[in-house]
Design a binder for this molecule. Structure first.
Ligand code: KIV
Ligand code: ZN
Length: 505
């Protein structure tokens, strides 16, 4: 079997999605889940880009075992130094150096001629190689690079010590047939190509990133760079779950090709990334969308009941979709609760279980049936949270079609309870304005999404927001059986994140 290397860049290119920024704890949580999912390489960040990113890559390198941990660097010594200082704690560190090679980038962005680019590429790879054995090089905008020059650069960086050469379709411009030709061209024209792994990194501007990546795999690419839920710059990167399931489902085409991904972890990973980045997965998203395995038309439902393969090409359980199960209720005890959390994969300390149990009991008073998804939300809310500098104590709203919506909010801040009231365009707006009066930060709501965690009138509602606060776009989320409360919690989560990250940096 030819095992394709799955290089996950959710924490680097994925985090470059507008508004998807993650703090260190969130990056660590995702990295741990990526290791459980079985990715081969985690690109944990771009260490020179900020002190926060440097620390995040370092923490991932220190604590996530199994995958190679990679840091990105421009072809500049200080970038390479920062990348190495962050990844060196991993048992399997990698530095990924990139430099643009297309005429457009060389002329307008770098203002350098081909000779100079070639020299810089070789010098940077040699410099990185002196620090670390595992070096990847990317000729940025490769798909729009003159082919002869591309071959020359690839040959030179391999000779300089790169063991992986990544061919990015940086602007998502290529098409599958053309990209296959580019990969074939490299295989046929670069004399030392057998000494390295060919990787591909496709963006989705024309919606072709997965197709382009798969075309490359069929033509000799040994590594695919991709992200969970297809996150990434602009229209995103190739989606990991789509690539992996295409290779697995169409093994008649991808003969003898496999990946090391534990596909049963795909849905869980997708949910985690969606929650932490605040980027909601569209219901019709292939593989992990909530409708991906739902059959609406009567003819389809009838067909599936008669024989599943009439309308289903994959089994939902193979990607980790499980029947929602009723797990616990009001009378369930602490032991059953702790056992269930263990089964869901949470490894919590006693105090964390106690906190989550109190929250569970409060929820069980409002909601008859508690499902696995509810428990995941509780743990996520109570345990994996950043410190709550501002904590909701109480809220009161009056609203209706003939009254001006008004809200009164009480927040705990430094052991004091502070109160403010405001009117607004709606109850949520009124609450947010009252919160702003207390925090002293005026937030501008950029995005607001609500979804129900499970079904039923008493379901938990989960709100995700993106708020512009003090010049940064911060995501937040909150859950409650009351959607106004969930909205306030999400807004406060964003404010707390900003306070937490500005304190750290
Ligand atoms: O899209 C791109 O070209 C990149 C490189 C840094 C690999 O993200
Ligand atoms: Zn990219």
């Amino acid at each position: 079997m030819n095992n394709i290397i799955i290089f996950d860049t959710t924490l680097r290119d994925g985090e470059q999605s507008p508004g998807a920024s993650l703090n260190i704890n969130e990056k660590l949580e995702i990295a741990r889940q990526l290791a459980i999912l079985g990715v081969d390489v985690i690109e944990a960040g771009f260490p020179i880009s900020s002190p926060g990113d440097f620390e995040a890559v370092k923490s991932v390198a220190k604590s996530v075992k199994g995958p190679v941990i990679c840091g990105l660097a421009r072809a500049i010594e200080k970038d390479i130094d920062a990348a190495y200082e962050a990844v060196k704690y991993s048992a399997r560190p990698r530095i990924h150096v990139f430099l643009a090679t297309s005429k457009i980038h060389m002329k307008y962005k770098l203002k350098k001629a081909e000779d100079e680019i070639l020299r810089l590429a070789v010098a940077s790879v040699k410099y990185a190689r002196a620090k670390c054995a595992d070096i990847e090089f990317s000729p940025e905008d490769a798909s729009r690079t003159d082919r002869d020059f591309l071959h020359k650069v690839v040959e030179a960086v391999i000779a300089a010590g790169a063991v992986t050469v990544n061919i990015p379709d940086t602007v998502g411009y290529t098409t599958p047939f053309e990209f296959a030709e580019i990969i074939k061209g490299i295989k046929n024209n670069v004399p030392n190509i057998a000494r390295c792994v060919i990787s591909v990194h496709c963006h989705n501007d024309l919606g072709l990133s997965v197709s382009n990546s798969l075309a490359a795999v069929l033509n000799g690419a040994g590594q695919v760079e991709c992200t969970i839920n297809g996150l990434g710059e602009r229209a995103g990167n190739a989606s990991l779950e789509e690539i992996v399931m295409a290779i697995r489902t169409r093994n008649d085409i991808f003969k003898d090709i496999s990946t090391g991904i534990n596909t049963k972890e795909l849905y869980k990973t997708s949910r985690l990334v969606s929650k932490l980045t605040g980027m909601i997965v569209q219901p019709n998203k292939a593989i992990v969308g909530s409708n991906a395995f739902s059959h609406e038309a009567g003819i389809h439902q009838d067909g599936v009941l008669k024989e599943r393969i009439t309308y289903e090409i994959m089994k939902p359980e193979d990607v980790g979709f499980e029947e929602t199960r009723l797990v616990l209720g009001k009378h369930s005890g602490r032991h059953a609760f702790a056992e269930r959390l263990k089964k869901l994969g949470f490894d919590l300390k006693k105090e964390q279980i106690d906190t989550a149990f109190d929250r569970f009991k409060a929820l069980a008073d409002k909601k008859k049936e508690i499902f696995d998804e509810d428990l995941e939300t509780i743990v996520d809310e109570e345990i994996a949270r950043i410190p709550e500098k501002f904590r909701l104590v109480h809220f009161y709203i009056s609203s209706g079609d003939e009254v001006k919506p008004t809200a009164t909010i009480k927040l705990r801040f430094n052991n004091k309870v502070l109160e403010a009231s405001s009117t607004g365009d709606g109850p949520v707006d009124a609450c947010y304005k009252a919160v702003d009066k207390i925090t002293g930060m005026t937030g501008k709501l950029m995005d607001y999404q609500i979804r129900s965690v499970t079904s039923g009138k008493d379901a938990l509602g989960e709100v995700s927001v993106k708020v512009s606060l003090k010049g940064s776009i911060v995501s937040g989320r909150g859950a409650s059986t009351d959607i106004i409360e969930a909205s306030v919690k999400a807004y406060l989560n964003a404010a707390n994140k900003l306070v937490y990250t500005s304190k750290k940096s």
